[in-house]
Design a protein around this ligand. Structure first.
Ligand code: ASP
Length: 335
């Protein structure tokens, strides 16, 4: 029997412009996506569960400083890091999530423990960390989450007195560096407008395993310069993450407040369930029609029980890829 097991991942959507991306930076992203896809693909090829594959893919994305989750997370307005993550099992509809954690190395692992070991679904802050500690998960000094590039993004966002999603911060930084390199005045090169609706970064994974089960996981540092205590869509089941074997598995990235208001991840599953439409039609409707109604920008990745994969986004780019068992991984950035 040919397996249609497949894994898809994302590393955030937003203002990712080919013009402001140096080729070696682009290669670094593509290499990371390919490496992480291959690792998750191995789990599925060995008959592992979709749940294990998405947890491992997101753990690796959290450990990679290129992406806004775990090591590489963005800074809050207080110069700290507050991390959110969720995971859902399509077989049982069990789910686990944590938000506002500051010292758990891999928030997705904490989310998985909540799914498996707790009668609750979502833990926040100190309670989430006490739970993770009781589960024996790895803790790190908050300094572990510091990366110089996110720090510079935060400085720029503070200067603009705005909260800023991740990849717009990167574009802004690239422009600032280009200006500095050209030794030009701040006004002599085009300045990327800081549009609060165009700045995203999060990681996620969805998978179908060889046993026909679906799972999804999402993890994020949130948005640069966010207020302390702000929680986005990533740890909210139905908004940033959803999985049901009867329909699909979904992980989102984008302007979290809009994804929350649209219950975006669940809306893909609900459209399949109640309107009887395909995964592709449901996902396209959510990203291209529903979210834009409230200026929601970003994208999602999703897989259905037949192994169909969709990766729609309404921004300039989204770090993304998929890997079918037995085939070479595919990694993409731009539209
Ligand atoms: N959706 C995430 C949040 O609002 C951010 C992102 O995907 O960039 O926290």
């Amino acid at each position: 029997m040919k397996s249609n097991a497949v894994l898809a991942i994302h590393g955030g959507a937003g203002t990712i412009l080919r013009a402001s991306m140096a080729p070696e930076v682009e290669n670094r992203y593509l290499d990371a996506l390919n490496r992480i896809l291959a690792a998750g693909q191995r789990i599925l090829a060995e008959g592992g569960s979709a749940l294990d594959a998405v947890e491992e893919a997101v753990r690796l994305l959290e450990d990679c400083p290129l992406f806004n989750a775990g090591h590489g997370a963005v800074f809050t307005s207080a110069g700290t890091h507050e991390l959110d993550a969720s995971i859902m099992d399509g077989r049982s509809l069990e789910a686990g999530a944590v938000c506002c954690v500051t010292r758990v190395r891999n928030p997705v692992r904490a989310a998985r423990r909540v799914l498996e070991k707790s009668e609750h679904v979502l833990f926040t802050g100190e309670g989430a960390e006490a739970f993770a500690a009781a589960q024996g998960l790895e803790f790190v000094d908050p300094g572990y989450f510091h990366t110089d590039s996110r720090y510079r993004q935060w400085q720029l966002a503070r200067g603009e007195a705005r909260a800023m999603l991740d990849h717009d911060g990167a574009t802004l930084q690239a422009n600032a560096e280009a200006r500095a390199a050209a030794n030009a005045s701040a006004d002599s090169l085009p300045h990327e407008p800081i549009d609060p609706n165009r700045k995203y970064g999060t990681v996620g994974a969805v998978a179908l395993d060889a046993h026909g089960h679906l799972a999804a996981a999402t993890s994020t540092g949130g948005i640069t310069n966010k207020q302390v205590g702000r929680v986005g869509d990533a740890p909210l089941i139905g908004a940033g993450c959803y999985a049901d074997d009867a329909t699909c598995a979904v992980s989102t990235t984008g302007s979290g407040e809009m994804f929350m208001r649209m219950v975006a991840a669940y809306d893909v599953a609900a459209q399949m369930k109640y309107r009887g439409v395909s995964l592709s039609e449901a996902a396209t409707n959510v990203v291209m029609e529903q979210l834009p109604r409230i200026d929601g920008r970003g994208g999602l990745i999703a897989v259905d029980a037949q192994g169909n994969v969709v990766l729609p986004f309404n921004t300039e780019g989204m770090y993304r890829g998929y890997a079918r068992v037995g085939e070479a991984p595919v990694a993409l950035i731009y539209a």
